[in-house]
Design a binder for this molecule. Structure first.
Ligand SMILES: NC(=O)c1ccc[n+]([C@@H]2O[C@H](COP(=O)([O-])OP(=O)(O)OC[C@H]3O[C@@H](n4cnc5c(N)ncnc54)[C@H](O)[C@@H]3O)[C@@H](O)[C@H]2O)c1
Ligand SMILES: O=C(O)C(=O)C[C@@H](O)[C@H](O)[C@H](O)COP(=O)(O)O
Ligand SMILES: [Zn+2]
Length: 377
């Protein structure tokens, strides 16, 4: 462990600079204990409505109750089933109904206590309830701590694809207690790691190199893990502050997602393939496709795949399902991507490690031919 990681061991606060909607991401071990004080400062007298999933609730709801005891009243605790299938209209309707039953008011605060599924669903409920109430993200998975709790993308999936119904609604605060990750399954930790590696691949080759050297320490916990989470949050906060609604450079955070979301949708939202795993495959495909278009050296894909595969992530569709749609079927799913403009495809591609770029007007037939080849591997 290098000496420069020591200050981060105690944690760090990252600011998302968004003028009157700026907020802090408080990162570190035991920061959950500060939640009551932080919320009472943010909104004195506000009641809290907690949204969680049954896995996180069973493990950590008591700690959350303790953290807010005497500081803020809990109006309601709403529990959804764990997993991607909860990001749907039916669960949204149920959550909103329970919030209204509890007479949660505009001045109250919703607390999204869970992984990215709870964060996206609860954030969307907060965006639409009484035309918008404030919410606090308390992310409990690695993926949620490094990505989904920051930036205000909220929403649900439909049969047409991922995140197709939603809203931009920034949280008022993010409290990422890194100690909560100790109960996360190795599979879910690995899935979140795909989004950590993504930040290095977008624009920070040094961070990617550091991950290649130190990923085992990140998995083990301690200062390296906190360093990886804080570095990821700083990176995302910078991009979101510069382009909140994805008019331009925020699309870089979608590296691996055009292929990845299509693969995740094709696999069904049943847990066969979780988001981070689909993104790992999508990241490898994005690098391979960049090489195919002559944007980068083919060796780059090999380096990326070697790292993701070393940590235990899937990197090929054949690892997952025998009955994936064919290349035409995948292309149809890709056409639902939110970056499509006037029917033309946009991909986040790369010129090398840490050199991602947004490429518009990508030829659909070239994508189909590339996929036809790759879906066999
Ligand atoms: N809004 C965004 O910017 C953004 C960014 C990335 C991903 N996402 C979305 O996030 C979702 C994926 O998030 P995820 O990977 O956190 O999945 P998730 O919310 O399904 O959590 C993964 C699993 O881990 C469990 N879990 C969470 N925290 C735990 C803990 N501390 N201990 C034990 N178990 C725990 C959950 O119950 C669940 O079973 C996807 O829907 C994806 O689209 C959104
Ligand atoms: O915050 C962003 O912007 C991202 O693209 C982060 C992604 O990791 C995340 O999966 C996001 O939900 C994808 O957004 P979408 O707009 O492509 O649905
Ligand atoms: Zn993602």
């Amino acid at each position: 462990m290098t000496a420069d990681l020591k200050p981060a061991a105690a944690g760090e606060t990252v600011r998302v600079e968004l003028e009157d909607r700026a907020y802090d991401i408080v990162i570190g071990p035991n920061v959950l204990a500060r939640l009551g004080t932080l919320v009472a400062t943010l909104a004195p007298g506000a009641r809290l409505a907690i949204v969680t999933d049954s896995m996180v609730g069973a493990l950590h709801a008591d700690a959350l109750r303790e953290a807010v005891a005497g500081k803020a009243e809990i109006a309601s605790v709403i529990t959804v089933p764990p997993g991607e299938s909860s990001k749907c209209f039916a669960e949204l309707e149920r959550v909103v109904g329970e919030l209204l039953d509890a007479r949660v008011e505009r001045g109250d605060i919703l607390v999204a206590f869970g992984g990215g599924v709870v964060g996206d669903l609860a954030g969307f409920a907060a965006a639409v309830l009484r035309r918008g109430i404030r919410y606090v993200q308390v992310p409990t998975s690695l993926l949620a701590q490094v990505d989904s709790s920051v930036g205000g993308k909220t929403g649900i999936d439909t049969a047409h694809g991922k995140n197709l119904v939603g809203a931009f609604h920034q949280p008022a605060l993010v409290v990422a207690d890194t100690g909560l990750l100790d109960t996360l399954s190795p599979r879910e930790f690995r899935a979140g790691y795909a989004e950590v590696a993504k930040y290095g691949l977008i624009d920070d080759a040094e961070f990617f190199g550091w991950l290649e050297e130190n990923w085992q320490d990140v998995f083990a916990g301690g200062p390296a893990r906190i360093h990886a989470i804080a570095t990821s949050c700083r990176s995302k906060a910078r991009v979101v502050a510069a382009d909140e609604r994805e008019g331009g450079q925020r699309a870089l955070l979608n590296l691996g997602h055009t292929f990845g979301h299509a693969i995740e949708t094709a696999a069904g939202f049943d847990g066969t393939l979780v988001h981070g795993e689909a993104i790992a495959i999508g990241i490898v495909l994005a690098h391979g496709f960049s090489a195919r278009l002559g944007l980068c050296d083919p060796a780059v894909e090999g380096r990326v795949e070697a790292h993701l595969s070393a940590v235990g992530l899937p990197t090929r569709t054949s690892h997952i399902k025998a009955d994936m749609p064919d290349a035409d079927g995948m292309l149809e799913l890709i056409r639902q991507d939110k970056k499509v403009e006037r029917g033309a495809l946009t991909f986040v591609l790369t010129e090398g490690i840490g050199k991602a770029l947004v490429k518009k007007d990508v030829d659909a037939a070239t994508v189909r031919d590339f996929l036809a080849e790759r879906l066999k591997t």
